[in-house]
Ligand binder design. Structure first.
Ligand SMILES: [Fe+2]
Length: 522
């Protein structure tokens, strides 16, 4: 039997390490997955040794699971700017044989350390209700990320989905603490964070070591109440879009959930920022055919919700709602509002979903706590209400807009010279359309800065086709070709724009792009 003095000393040591805040736990604990019968938890310590996580139905901790750590050595910078070598030990465990809809307590134990006791609740086995958050791109500005987490904490959510880019340079291990683990403290211990890998996570394996539970791949799905949610890695080198689209289709087919969500990092539909079109031309038709309801991505640091995208003409797929939710903290990008946006804002934010059976509401909440977008959908016989479907945009014209943007974003190869005519040319290969596209292209400028040639008009037939546009202008003044801080060319000065007007059936839109010329050599 241990002596009373020894027991007193041990108890005092535990009190000291926990009360003093130097428990030796350097990251986490973070819940990485919680279903009706199991949960995954990670934590990191700065000391080697066997770890242990004790848990049980609150308030007792009857069971313990042992953990062997994974050692990570990395370079860190001291406050004085010195580079030092550091070592960390990552623990990840699964808690098995849990009961649905129960509150569990857990505590991390290890050699000389003990965490606080935290609580989480397991998913219900037969509920039709869920509340969750989706956000992404929280890297680089932990203060903004922290503000968003504080707002999330007030919303009583069941889980959080992150659409990737958690650290500016994920291959630098020291960034994970300040940019992800510190800001999510106070929420991630009790609510599961499901993460779709972003390109900034890097290829060195830090993301997988820290945040993917043992035995799980980077692409995974889970169920919660009426929702089936698939998180995909579309940024790793081996992430082939055709294979991932097949995976989405198979995963959606395997679920009878009323609402099907997919998140991946690089969007398939995104106007502004990176203008990403991951999976083009297959993604949009494939996601509609798969019967997905929502596709929520990141990568472009902005908020945009598209009108529901109708399945291809003559097919029976779902009307998919695409959202770019890349406003978790990273520097904001310029957005280019378009006819197909239901909402578009350049602001830090997260999306809060509440679903009860066939009724879905979403509030998008900005960093000040204001609601910047609101959406309601009610499903009848598996289809969204008619009022929502009436707002749908034809997939063919959205894809046309993507192609047109790409064609118009072209650099004039040489700097235009005063009094010398030059040509701005575009080649546009349009996909099949719902009806013929009537198009007009013309250049525009401030009065007296250029002499402009005639506008050009085209009609692209329903089956699609290629047109070549050649517009002429003569500068009446010297032209400058400015560069941005990274040396990339900015629009020429005096400014010159190309204006394009198109009509496809009842849809008509005007797109304008500034003319950019190749940067001058210094
Ligand atoms: Fe990204």
């Amino acid at each position: 039997m241990a002596s009373p003095l020894l027991v007193l000393f041990a108890a005092l040591a535990i009190v000291l390490v926990t009360a003093g805040g130097c428990s030796g736990i350097t990251k986490g604990p973070v819940l990485l997955s919680v279903s009706a019968d199991r949960a995954a938890i990670m934590w990191e310590t700065d000391a080697e040794g066997q770890g242990k996580l004790c848990y049980g139905k609150s308030p007792t901790l009857r069971k313990c699971v042992d953990s062997t750590s994974k050692k990570v050595q990395y370079k860190a910078t001291t406050p004085k700017g010195q580079t030092i070598q550091k070592t960390a030990f990552i623990h990840k465990v699964w808690l098995e044989e849990l009961e649905p809809a129960q509150v569990y307590s857990y505590r991390v134990d290890g050699a000389g350390l003990q965490s606080k006791t935290y609580e989480f609740h397991t998913a219900p086995s037969d509920s039709n209700e869920v509340t969750f958050v989706v956000y992404g791109d929280s890297r680089t500005n932990p203060d903004i990320h922290r503000k968003l987490i504080e707002l999330m904490k007030t919303r009583n959510v069941d889980f959080v989905v992150h659409t990737g880019d958690l650290a500016s340079r994920g291959d630098q291990y020291e960034q994970w603490g300040t940019q992800f683990f510190a800001p999510v403290k106070g929420l991630a211990e009790t609510i599961a964070f499901y993460i779709a890998k972003g390109n900034h996570e890097g290829s060195g394996g830090n993301f997988e070591k820290l945040l993917i539970p043992p035995g799980q791949g980077n692409s995974f799905s889970f169920n919660y109440g009426p929702v089936h949610y698939l998180c995909l890695d579309n940024v790793s080198k081996d992430a082939k879009s055709k294979e991932l689209l097949r995976l989405i289709a198979a995963d959606a087919a395997s679920s009878r959930a009323q609402w099907k969500f997919v998140s991946y990092h690089v969007p398939s539909l995104n106007f502004g920022g990176h203008w990403s079109d991951w999976g083009y031309p297959d993604a949009l038709p494939s996601l509609a055919k798969a019967g997905v309801d929502f596709v929520i991505t990141g990568h472009s640091h902005q908020y945009e919700r598209f009108l529901p995208v109708a399945p291809p003409v003559g097919t029976n797929g779902s009307h998919v709602t695409y959202i770019t939710a890349g406003g978790g903290g990273a520097p904001l990008y310029e957005i280019e509002p378009a006819l197909y946006h239901a909402s578009a804002k350049q602001i830090h934010h997260f999306c809060l979903f509440h679903i009860k059976g066939n009724k879905l509401t979403m509030d998008t909440i900005d960093v000040n706590g204001s609601i910047i977008d609101h959406l309601e959908i009610t499903k009848n016989n598996g289809r969204p209400n008619k009022q929502y479907l009436w707002t749908a945009a034809p997939m063919e014209t959205i894809r046309f807009h993507q192609v047109l943007h790409s064609a118009l974003t072209k650099t004039v190869p040489a700097k235009p010279k005063k009094n010398e005519p030059f040509t701005v040319s575009y080649k546009l290969s349009a996909p099949a359309l719902s009806s013929p596209a009537k198009m007009t292209f013309k250049l525009r400028c401030e009065q007296g800065t250029y002499e402009l040639g005639e506008p050009q008009t085209f009609t692209i037939p329903e089956e699609g086709g290629t047109i070549e546009v050649k517009l002429t202008a003569t500068p009446l003044a010297d032209v400058r070709v400015p560069k941005d801080a990274q040396g990339r060319p900015k629009p020429i000065s005096p400014a010159l724009w190309v204006d394009c007007h198109y009509e496809i059936g009842r849809v008509q839109e005007d797109i304008s792009k500034p003319i950019v010329a190749a940067a001058e050599k210094n």
